[in-house]
Design a protein around this ligand. Sequence first.
Ligand code: CA
Length: 393
Amino acid sequence: MTPIGPMTHRLARRAACTTLTAAVLVTLGCAAAPVQDAAPAEDKVYRSQQAAFRLKAIASGLENPWALAFLPGGDMLVTERPGRLRLIRDGKLVKAPIAGVPPVVERGQGGLLDVVTHPKFAENRLIYLTYAGRRMDGIGTHVARARFTGDRLEDLKVIFAARPGGSGGVHFGSRIVFGADGLMYITTGERGEPENAQKLTTLIGKVIRLTDDGKVPPGNPFVNRAGTQPEIFTYGHRNAQGIARHPGTGAIWAVEHGARGGDEINILKRGANYGWPVITYGMSYAGFPIGEGTHKPGMEQPIKYWVPSIAPSGMAFYTGDKFPGWKGNLFVGALALQHLNRLTLDGEHVVGEERLLEDWHQRIRDVRNGPDGYLYILTDEDPGAVVRLEPVP
Ligand SMILES: [Ca+2]
């Protein structure tokens, strides 16, 4: 499902508050603040199948935070979708945004999106940002690389732009992960043009694979094939907003939004077609069938799909030591269905699913492992927060 724009969400909430009676407003928390703060109640204990935990707000008051990246030593970079990159230093949010971020287009789902560090960040201080940027042919997903000096970005260079651009504000994809091969895997949404996901002449609705400086690696599947774009690694994707490297196999896994139903987790295979919009487990928002069904020869099946949609965003395999019962589980943030999704795996099969934090009512935008062994999440709200899950005995 396409996530509801936070602005729509926020206005809807405000509208709901303004039409209620005073007594009801107090009950709903409207009287104190028209918008519910994402900061969690820290004394509340959440009990799940494998762990009990509390939420600890590390930073709050952020505007639609989208991605979280850890620096050596535990400091963090956080993107805010309107176009700010923030630093959390020694556990505290630094007031001034980091200077040197490229101009972004904040439209619909677009804005400043992912941030990741180079695998050798400790040596080269390089970071990567994805964002919706404007060009001659419209608005599209961009990747920029820059050196982070400690308080600003320098030597910023745009190393990738997904063609073609468009005018709409949906489906930018925009997650990056580095593979064990040192190459970057970048998701691009199909920008609301489903047929483009199947076209090897475009870079939208794809997973792109590039070297760390934005070049096409010689081993890419469509190198030297006429009528194709050599940056493509896989195709037939709708809008993948989560990507992660499996800690054991090194395979790249991605999670993407379906339309009405049909969100998917896929394991990416070089050159493979993931089917959108020819095959899907979802239907159109109006309730009509899409494409040709759920299966077709030459098109990959997801290893997991959700009907109805949860609207999955950031994804991480839990590799820390603070939650032994969660080790190796796959966590996915859910936007529309507002929870943290925990999947248990047997190899490449999903064998269990648990929905955490459903009664917290927050859109979970990103999930990351902290170097301290805890699990961190971002709430896609305004105000939104960086929140740490801490075990309770
Ligand atoms: Ca698919």
